[in-house]
Design a protein around this ligand. Structure first.
Ligand SMILES: Nc1ncnc2c1ncn2[C@@H]1O[C@H](COP(=O)(O)OP(=O)(O)OP(=O)(O)O)[C@@H](O)[C@H]1O
Ligand SMILES: [Mg+2]
Length: 459
């Protein structure tokens, strides 16, 4: 239920719409011109505007422009007798929520109104909560009103003003880089550079000269001297992404820079002073790497002065509707697509999915569904979340098996792992083999064969 402003220069049509909408329990106000519509927008603060395209003193697009300037942007449903594709696209591009063709049927308009009100309500609520939480600019892009995300924002606001080195941990796609950028943006270093380097992306010698720079002739191909990223980040923040992959020799050099604030270009003897705040991120279990002797303990403690854990999406699924609506709006705008919205069934399907790739995976799924959906509604069928899709893909394999000691007998470990996973699937499927096979992404006969090989009798 809401207050709806109808803008149309034909009194008959306004009356008809008023009847239909009042019957559905809405409060209705009317305007016959653009000028009148502006006045009503101000006086009545409607929750939704339905406007005709051709008006005596202007166009529906003018009403739309006025509505967009309202404090809480009001969703618009466009009414048009000249429903050309171009007009619909132009209206949607400028932020119309829906386009309804005249003559309309009462159910059609009621459904459009319902969808638009729901969308508007969600946006308004998000804005209200965010205002209430008083989120500063630097946290804008970091969505999620759930308790874990609120806690994360809280930590960021406390840590940002300090010089402390932060170690951001979290699974792939959880938003570690976004968090690092927020830390920088919230800090007094915000006007200075934020420089990111991925420690896993290049071989050791290249990474060294990237970080510390090099002198001319320091190695073959170094025909010019170059400053390193430490120097480039002077006064600002250096983000060491995938810090867990840093090779041991560089770990030692990094530790030295952290202790005395001096860097030495490769091939140079002269140390240079740098003032840089370090933020590191990793999807690895660094303490485990320390135990295995792959990561220096002293460096670990220096990096992890402030540990910041970014939760996996499955721990804050309450944020799913907000994230979906955000990614949907983005995809629609970026690709110039007509309005699309998720059906409750589609949302339910996503809610039941474990998201091994976290928020990045959600964004990709939404973008793909936007392109593939056949109509304005995105349904569960537009999210083909096959069992196999949840299986660890190569980068997740690291999280999955990274902590395992190397086996002395590989085949034995692999079959033990298989047995373990098969047993779990059977347990979770309450012994129904067909279901267990589906969950494992294998055929029933394959499961049967594997069980038989182990000497387990099929049911
Ligand atoms: N809280 C959030 N609100 C909105 N968008 C988010 C949020 N968290 C992550 N994203 C988006 O998800 C995508 C992945 O985020 P990001 O690159 O920061 O993840 P990551 O943890 O660094 O991943 P990886 O470990 O694979 O490098 C980006 O498009 C980012 O904008
Ligand atoms: Mg990243």
């Amino acid at each position: 239920m809401g207050t709806i402003l109808i803008v149309d220069d034909e009194a008959n049509l306004r009356r008809l719409l008023r009847m239909v909408l009042q019957e559905a329990g809405h409060r209705v106000v009317e305007a016959a011109s653009v000028a009148e519509a502006r006045q009503r927008l101000e006086d009545e603060a409607p929750d939704l505007v339905i406007t005709d395209q051709k008006l005596g003193d202007g166009e529906g697009l003018d009403v739309m422009a006025a509505a967009r300037q309202a404090e809480d942007a009001v969703p618009i449903v466009f009414l048009t007798a000249y429903a050309t594709v171009e007009l619909a696209v132009a209206a949607m591009r400028q932020g119309a929520f829906d386009v309804v063709q005249k003559p309309f049927d009462p159910e059609g308009i009621q459904a459009a109104v319902h969808r638009a009100l729901e969308h508007g309500g969600l946006l308004k609520e998000n804005r209200r909560l965010r205002r209430q939480a008083g989120h500063p600019e630097g946290l804008r892009g970091l969505l999620g009103l759930s308790a874990p995300m609120a806690e994360l924002r809280d930590t960021l606001q406390r840590v940002a003003p300090t010089q402390a080195t932060a170690l951001i941990t979290g699974e792939t796609g959880t938003g570690k880089e976004l968090v690092a950028r927020a830390l920088h943006a919230l800090s007094p270093r915000a006007p200075k550079p934020f420089v990111a380097v991925n420690c896993a992306a290049m071989p050791e010698t290249l990474l060294e000269s990237e970080l510390f720079g090099h002198e001319r002739g320091a190695f073959t191909g170094a025909d010019r001297a170059r400053e390193g990223l430490f120097e480039a980040a002077h006064g600002g923040t250096l983000f060491l992404d995938e810090a867990g992959e840093m090779p041991p020799s560089l770990q030692a050099k990094l530790l030295r820079v952290m202790m005395d604030g001096m860097v030495q270009r490769v091939g140079s003897r002269t140390p240079r002073h740098v003032d840089v705040r370090l933020i590191a991120a990793t999807h690895r279990d660094l303490p485990a790497r320390v135990r295995e002797g792959l990561f220096r303990e002293d460096l670990y403690f220096r990096l992890a002065v402030v540990p910041i854990r970014v939760p996996p999406l499955r721990e804050h699924l309450e944020d799913l509707p907000e994230l979906c609506s955000h990614f949907l709006d983005h995809a629609i705008r970026d690709m110039g697509l007509p309005r699309r919205s998720l059906t409750p069934e589609a949302l339910a399907r996503l809610q039941a999915y474990p998201f091994p790739g976290n928020i990045r995976e959600l964004r990709n799924l939404i973008e793909r569904a936007c392109i593939l959906a056949k109509g304005p509604d995105i349904g569960p069928e537009d999210f083909p979340l096959e069992p196999g899709l949840g299986a660890p893909s190569p980068p997740d394999l690291e999280t999955f098996a990274g902590g395992l000691p190397l086996p002395t007998d590989l085949p034995a470990l692999v079959s033990a792992l298989e047995e373990h996973l098969v047993d779990r699937a059977l347990l979770e499927s309450r012994g129904v083999q067909a279901e267990a096979a589906r969950r494992l992404g294998i055929s029933r006969s394959d499961l049967h064969y594997r069980l038989k090989r182990r000497g387990v009798q099929g049911s």
